[in-house]
Design a protein around this ligand. Sequence first.
Ligand SMILES: Nc1ncnc2c1ncn2[C@@H]1O[C@H](COP(=O)(O)OP(=O)(O)OP(=O)(O)O)[C@@H](O)[C@H]1O
Ligand SMILES: [Mg+2]
Length: 321
Amino acid sequence: MAKEQLTDGAAPALVVSHLTKRFGDRSAFEDVSFEVARGEVFGFLGPNGAGKTTTVRTLGTLIAPTSGSAVVAGIPLSAATGAEIRQLISVMPENPGLYVRLTVQENLELFAGLYGLASPGARIAGVLETVNMAPRARDLCGRLSKGLRQRVGLARALLSDPVVMFLDEPTSGLDPVASRDVHDLIASLRERGVTVFLTTHRLEEAERLCDRVAILNTRLLAVGPPEQLRTQLFRSSLVVETAARLPAPEAIFTPEMGVDKWTPDGDAAYVLTVAEPRMAAPRVTRALVAAGADVVSIAVSHHSLEDVYLELVEADPEAGR
Ligand SMILES: Nc1ncnc2c1ncn2[C@@H]1O[C@H](COP(=O)(O)OP(=O)(O)OP(=O)(O)O)[C@@H](O)[C@H]1O
Ligand SMILES: [Mg+2]
């Protein structure tokens, strides 16, 4: 019933407001506020020790915050509401914590029992299929490789058909094929309307999968779609390569062409800072041709999410603590 309420209503999947968790006099995270919409894949990035796992553990009702508040799956987070929230969410921790002397099937049966699932047999078969582990159902978990154990952890997290899933570094230690499988799985969760809170150190993964990302370093440094963070932080630039060095580049790369600034980049290449690459590129090309230059290439240089991350984290006074 609660699941339907959440799917029908317009409430965000997560509302985090001035949330802080301290262990003694060390802050794991401090004054963190953000919202995650329903059905969103939300990336949570940050250096080691930034507080990502502690945030997941807090929002996953495993530990209590020191101060601030949160609403998880439509329910205000408190000691009293923990059990109710846990019905609607699932957490795949950094270490899946499986019973190594039990088989994959037995592990899932155990957890299905703890969740009180109605028809566990069909559900277990379904999640094993989803993570491509059906052929290994009878293997002992202790004998599985790290990546295969990770998949069992994912299968377990899927058992309860959650509306919000917290995945803490789900592709850490996985080979490229297994990582791609996890990416496909996250994409299929999105299609089913599941909200995914994904912590990762793989920035290309976040860039590809996430609608929005947050960058945390004890405090929240930025939140937004990767594209927006890029344009907020970096001016656009064009990279121009010509067959030979230009005799008078300053006569071509002018404000009239839409160029704010330019610097040479090697022998016959130039990086131009522009406000509107789509306007400046054709103008600059025409001016180069008119000046008798042979244009080899002209391209918009693209800042990656990694550029954004490094810029923010390295500029942060908290960095390297
Ligand atoms: N139970 C605990 N007791 C004391 N300090 C803790 C505890 N759990 C986490 N911390 C501290 O809180 C900070 C944040 O840790 P957390 O595990 O959340 O980081 P993380 O962002 O997940 O890092 P990683 O990328 O390495 O997984 C660290 O300084 C860590 O040592
Ligand atoms: Mg962590």
